[in-house]
Design a protein around this ligand. Structure first.
Ligand code: FAD
Length: 509
């Protein structure tokens, strides 16, 4: 588990060793803050002194320039210190990618060294009482007044609320319907603690994140200079999206380091716990459970760093970042549950960290986009990938007298585009895919012709009751299928019949 990946740079390998040692040395101190439910300020300062907050910040702005991979390495290790890991992660996420990609040179000079130094913490403020998964539905407003903006509204569930000095927020700058439709109604800003009218409203008592403040913040006519605006007015959605792949990845990575400690604990514990005169590690169910945890830990680690490499190579791994976020948090939940089961009653006590992982994992499945939202992204973006959108056509194969997946041309190709021939193509498809419709493109691929020519013929065939057209919401022909009358019109009954060799003729009718 502790192996470095071969594609890591020497600097990334070096930071891995360094931060592991740092975590090992400071583990006990982090536990004391957990037990006392105290925000671990002195530890956060130590992390800052080590320069870890600058993992993803370029060197010219005071960072370590270790990319998404380096940021993941650090967050995965600091995640072993629980609160410290979460605060570290959020602070880095609160502006790093956004300022790097959308900030002016002046803004980069101002904000990036602050992020890198970690002397002041940052918070990321997207969520509001009425804007959760639907992050574009922000109610917080920003109104321009000369060279300043006036902010009004509330944000909630903000990790690091109160302890942070820098709040990266998204506010509504337009109410126009057309602008909203294009997601052009949001603008990104940085708001510093201490601005008049900016206050902390509430700290949430949560299932986990025991010593990480999470709360509501309130903007009551808060004035900020235009220089605190990141990106163009109305470009906030793009600023938010630019940061999201990185955020999901780092937010996922923070769990992956913990798994190693759980495996360690389980080996240690089950070699020392005796029941029925055997150490519990001899029970097959315990071995199965540990094997499953090791598998999840290894898959999580590999996938996390695969995704990080894609980001470092300049790709936009939308699907991969969502998968990383989803599997890491689901694995964390499963690992927590399995670890508790293996540890028995001891696993349910706060003396061992298994119950804590379970609680934090549940947060992980909701924060930074719920698992359902990640699945929505994985589905929608994958559906657009050409890789997954190659046609899988079955064609009738005379040699085996059955439909098989084939790249061959249809036997109808080249026939004249008449109602009769188009109906034959559609009816023939019943023989191959009795329960499926054809897309207009399938028909076109089979017989040729232009889209408009085929569209007209589909309508004529529909009028005669020979085909059914399934239309999309805009009324366009999406799918076609022969009706019972259409099948009879196109071919004799025998054309559609098919029996396996073993089937007795006497039983056919
Ligand atoms: C501990 C913690 C820390 C957080 N930290 C931050 C932070 O630092 N900054 C920040 O801005 N936010 C933060 N959040 C907010 C977090 O990102 C949101 O809670 C999350 O995006 C879900 O929004 P919601 O809670 O309003 O749930 P809702 O959006 O109301 O969702 C409720 C349920 O409906 C489902 N659902 C919603 N829409 C769909 C859909 N289209 N399809 C299918 N299912 C759907 C969801 O999956 C969920 O199961 C934090 C939350 C927690 C709990």
């Amino acid at each position: 588990m502790s192996e470095e990946f071969f594609w890591w740079t020497d600097d990334q390998k070096a930071i891995y060793k360094d931060v592991r040692q740092f975590v090992d040395e400071n583990f006990e101190e982090a536990e004391e803050y957990f037990w006392n439910t105290k925000f671990p300020w002195p530890l956060v300062k130590k992390v800052a002194k080590k320069g870890y907050f600058g993992a993803g910040v370029p060197k010219e702005f005071g960072g370590l320039e270790l990319g998404a991979t380096g940021s993941c390495i650090v967050s995965a290790q600091l995640g072993r210190l629980y609160a410290v890991g979460h605060v570290f992660t959020v602070s880095m996420l609160a502006g790093l990618e956004q300022v790097l990609r959308f900030g002016t040179e002046e803004q980069k000079q101002k904000w990036l060294p602050k992020i890198a130094s970690g002397e002041e913490l940052g918070a990321l403020c997207i969520t509001e009482p009425f804007a959760g998964s639907d992050a574009a539905n922000v109610f917080t407003t920003a109104t321009k007044d000369g060279d300043e903006w006036i902010l009004n509204g509330k944000k909630r569930f903000i990790t690091g609320a109160g302890v942070s000095d820098r709040y990266f927020i998204y506010a509504k700058t337009s109410d126009e319907k057309d602008v909203r439709k294009q997601y052009g109604h949001i603008t990104a800003f940085v708001v510093e603690k201490g601005r008049p009218g900016f206050s902390l409203e509430k700290i949430n008592p949560l299932i986990g994140f025991d010593n990480v403040p999470n709360g509501y913040i309130d903007f009551d006519h808060v004035r900020i200079p235009d220089s605190n605006r990141i990106g163009a007015v109305g470009n906030g959605w793009n600023v938010m999206m630019a940061g999201l792949n990185f955020e999901r990845l780092i937010g996922a990575g923070v769990f992956s380091g913990l798994f190693e400690d759980v495996i360690n604990l389980l080996f240690h514990f089950t070699r020392r716990r005796v029941q029925f005169n055997k150490t519990t590690n001899q029970f097959p169910s315990v071995q199965d459970g540990i094997a499953e945890i090791i598998t999840m830990a290894k898959v999580s680690r590999l996938y996390t760093y695969h995704c990080a490499k894609l980001l470092d190579d300049g790709k936009e791994p939308m699907v991969e970042a969502s998968i990383a976020k989803m599997i890491n948090t689901e694995y964390a939940r499963d690992i927590g549950l399995k670890a508790i089961q293996i540890l028995g009653g001891d696993g349910l006590t706060k003396f061992l960290p298994a119950e804590r992982i379970l609680r934090e994992a549940k947060i992980g499945e909701i924060v930074a986009g719920t698992t359902e939202v990640q699945k929505m992204i994985i589905y929608r973006f994958s559906a657009m990938l050409p890789f997954y959108n190659k046609p899988v056509r079955l064609r009738w194969n005379e040699n085996v007298n059955a439909p098989i997946i084939s790249k061959k041309e249809s036997t109808f190709k080249g026939l004249s585009i008449t109602e009769e021939n188009v109906l034959k193509v559609i009816a023939h498809d019943y023989k191959i895919n009795p329960g499926l419709y054809m897309t207009p493109n399938d028909v076109r691929e089979d017989i040729g012709g232009s889209r408009s020519e085929l569209r007209k013929i589909f309508e004529l065939l529909e009028e005669q009751g020979l085909i059914i057209i399934h239309r999309d919401r805009s009324g366009k022909t999406a799918l076609v299928k022969a009706t019972y009358d259409g099948l009879q019109e196109a071919f004799p009954k025998e054309y559609y019949q098919w029996f396996p060799d073993w089937y007795e003729n006497a039983d056919k009718f």
